[in-house]
Design a protein around this ligand. Structure first.
Ligand code: TRP
Length: 333
């Protein structure tokens, strides 16, 4: 079975953008591939963050993923820092990665522009990302468009390392971008993201959903209730496609074009259909929060399974690189 690896930042609860753009696809992939899904806390610390808040952000992300249908009996879900080999292999890859390649990364340039002093961890972020994937020798990496450059670099790192130390150790992973969709936020403009405050939380209550949806931007040409609209330019219409049955979607488009419905009526229907999908997630999340130990057990078990694979890879890496074996047996903790 082909292997898939993907990572997600521990940003707390999922929002619709992460869910529709990535996680919904993961839920499908776990049925067809040997999937490793990782909450990447070592990546999260490459930018300013609140250490006191990070454990909850990581835990909440795990709860969200499980609530959204990530199933630990069909994939391996774990926290990056629980598997020590991630940072170990990242160091190794640092020794074959040209500085110029890292400085050229678009994401690095964007992020470092906003910073007074640029830290080495931010520069080396894609090296850690390469280690994430390659520890498991994953073939496929589902990511958004913005990560494709990092996957290209990862392939370059593989070629460099393989050429230097062992030509068949690492496969060149492929990005899987087809299914990753860019979900526009409630401002109708930018990608849905927590920092822009244009999201709906995956675990929001019906009241919270409505509070967010009601003022959301629609077709700007519909100023008055009687103005006809163009569904194709309306982000609310776009969201209908994810949550409403197809005959409703058709009906929505017709009502918009004829000004039969106002935007509020259209949003009300969307809110109802969204609630129908999200109720299950909310219930599952509540259940998990009431049994926190279950979440920890799942993550511990995931880390154990991941470690078993990661350790094998590191043994191979160490051998190929001439790192002296230790006489201490490597026993699992
Ligand atoms: N950098 C990715 C993002 O911001 C997260 C990530 C970390 C990742 N490690 C990964 C994604 C490995 C895919 C594979 O979205």
């Amino acid at each position: 079975m082909r292997r898939v690896f993907s990572g997600i930042q521990p940003s707390g609860e999922l929002h619709l953008g992460n869910y529709l753009g990535a996680v919904r696809n993961w839920v499908e992939l776990q049925e067809q591939y040997d999937c490793y899904f990782c909450i990447v806390d070592y990546h999260a610390i490459t930018q300013d963050y609140d250490a006191a808040a990070l454990p909850a952000r990581t835990f909440d992300m795990a709860v969200s993923l499980l609530a959204a249908g990530i199933d630990p009996s069909h994939c391996t879900l774990f926290v990056q820092s629980h598997v020590h080999e991630h940072t170990e292999l990242a160091w190794v890859f640092n020794t074959v990665t040209p500085l110029g390649d890292l400085e050229r990364m678009t994401q690095f340039k964007d992020k470092s522009k906003r910073q007074e002093s640029v830290l080495a961890g931010l520069l080396n972020y894609p090296v850690l990302q390469a280690a994430d994937v390659l520890l498991y020798k994953a073939d496929l990496v589902p990511v958004g468009e913005d990560q494709v450059q990092h996957i290209e670099l990862m392939r370059e790192i593989v070629r460099k390392w393989n050429a230097k130390f062992g030509s068949d150790v690492f496969p060149e992973p492929e990005a899987m971008v087809g299914k990753a969709r860019r979900i526009i936020g409630l401002d109708g403009q930018a990608k849905m993201s927590k920092s822009l405050d244009n999201t709906i939380g995956l675990l929001d209550t019906p009241d919270q959903i409505w509070e967010r949806l009601r003022p959301a931007v629609t077709d700007p040409a519909r100023v008055k209730r009687t103005d006809p609209g163009t569904p194709e330019v309306c982000n609310i219409y776009n969201l209908h496609k994810y949550f409403s049955p197809s005959d409703t979607v058709t009906h929505v488009a017709a009502q918009c074009r004829s000004a039969g419905w106002g935007c509020i009526e259209c949003k009300r229907v969307l809110a109802d259909n969204m609630e129908r999908t999200l109720t299950d997630f909310r219930h599952r999340a509540a259940e998990l929060r009431a049994h926190r130990e279950r979440v920890h057990e799942i993550l511990d078990d995931g880390a154990r399974r991941a470690t078993a694979v990661a350790r094998e890879t590191m043994l191979e890496v160490r051998r190929h690189m001439g790192l002296l074996d230790s006489e201490q047996p490597q026993t699992p903790e």
